[in-house]
Ligand binder design. Structure first.
Ligand code: SAH
Ligand code: SF4
Length: 358
């Protein structure tokens, strides 16, 4: 069945008109969409209208199946889709607002060797409505509404490669920005990519101007290709040119993510990284590599992460050591899902197509 949350407000309006219902019913159906509820939870919706919509459009697209709270106020969720697939999200309260990290795909096919999300390949893309439902579910859980949002910032950093699900992600960005959607400013939205250069350019051309994070994680092609297969077809020079284009087009400084571990923390790595970014309006987010049992790669002692940051700063590169929130609640992306699948004896492998060179 189709999903109500895959419809835009204007599509809902059209359906209401076609069915001959009064036009204000569109507002009520839209309220069901944004509050992540079932039709029956709406007290002012006549049965006839509810039945008309529920015959073709299911809602909500996802519900929160599990919540794990961290010491730092972070909360991790497992979102259950209607077909039984689960993805993760993390809520992080900050002084400036509340950030929600959401997933864009069930699994991922990019095959980065340090990441838990890609362990079983890609199962399927999430639709625009499923991503919207992740946000609306947490907004409702935290007592927010369409007009008074409890989720103010969104990062696309859960499982999945957002630019590998380009059309749905772009539609989702438009919906959260729409005033009949969640009316969230796209300045408060970050998209993280493993580096699909062509798609970065396409994203720049949409004019959506979200904050772009590029997962760099290594300063040379040799090192990057060894941990991120995507680099074989999108080498660093091509990726950097796309990042430059993104900055020129949008005026937004690009963030480079660097998960640091034994394999990429040497002085020569700092030197190469500085050379790569010198003169660019860029910023490095350093994060200590999260240990994923199935992957076996380890991060550094906190002091050594700081030391690497100093090496970059010495060379004129702006850099922040990012606190990995929710470390005590199955930190790295994808880990909670894997655990859940094992506990529930679910087959994470089915439908996966493994890593890819795309
Ligand atoms: N697919 C996108 C967005 C989701 S991953 C991307 O790769 O950018 C979000 C971030 O978590 C990326 O920067 C990714 O490289 C990073 N990441 C994945 N596994 C990690 C790990 N074990 N430790 C630290 N960061 C990790
Ligand atoms: Fe996919 Fe990102 Fe994980 Fe790489 S780091 S496997 S692109 S989710």
């Amino acid at each position: 069945m189709k999903l109500l949350q895959d419809l835009s407000y204007s599509q809902i309006k059209l359906l209401v008109e076609e069915a001959g219902f009064p036009s204000y019913r569109a507002e009520q159906i839209n309220a069901v969409r944004i509050s992540n509820r079932e039709y029956s939870a709406s007290s002012n919706l006549p049965k006839k209208v509810a039945e008309y919509f529920s015959a073709s459009y299911a809602t909500p697209a996802c519900t929160i199946a599990e919540t794990v709270s961290g010491k730092d106020g972070a909360e991790k969720y497992l979102f259950a889709m209607r077909d039984g697939n689960v993805v993760e999200g993390v809520f992080m309260p900050h002084s400036y607002g509340n950030t929600l990290c959401i997933s864009t795909q069930v699994g991922c096919r990019m095959g980065c060797v340090f990441c838990a999300s890609g362990l079983n390949g890609l199962k399927r893309n999430l639709t625009c409505g499923e991503m919207l439902s992740e946000v609306c579910a947490v907004n409702a859980l935290k007592g927010g509404s369409a007009s008074r949002r409890a989720v103010t910032n969104i990062v696309l950093m859960g499982s999945g490669e957002p630019l590998d699900n380009f059309e749905n992600v772009v539609r989702f960005l438009r919906e959260i920005n729409d005033e009949k959607g969640l009316n969230i400013s796209l300045r408060n939205v970050s998209l993280s990519t493993s580096g699909l250069a062509g798609r970065i350019r396409e994203l720049a051309d949409t004019g959506l101007n979200v904050v772009l994070s590029v997962s760099l994680h290594a300063p040379t092609d040799e090192k990057r290709s060894a941990i991120m297969p995507v680099n074989r077809s999108n080498p660093i020079s091509v990726l950097m040119a796309a990042a430059d284009y993104y900055f020129e087009k949008t005026g937004r400084r690009v963030i480079f993510e660097y998960a640091v571990g034994e394999h990429n923390c040497g002085i020569s790595d700092a030197r190469e990284l500085a050379r790569l970014l010198r003169g660019k309006n860029a910023h490095v987010n350093l994060i200590n590599l999260n240990y994923v049992r199935e992957r076996g790669m380890r991060g550094l002692k906190a002091d050594n992460v700081k030391a690497f940051a100093e090496e970059l700063k010495k060379r004129g590169i702006g850099c922040t050591v990012r606190r990995s929130m929710g470390q005590d609640i199955e930190g790295a992306c994808g880990q909670l899902r894997i655990k859940y699948m094992k506990e529930h004896d679910l087959d994470a492998m089915s439908g996966g197509d493994g890593g890819t060179d795309e």
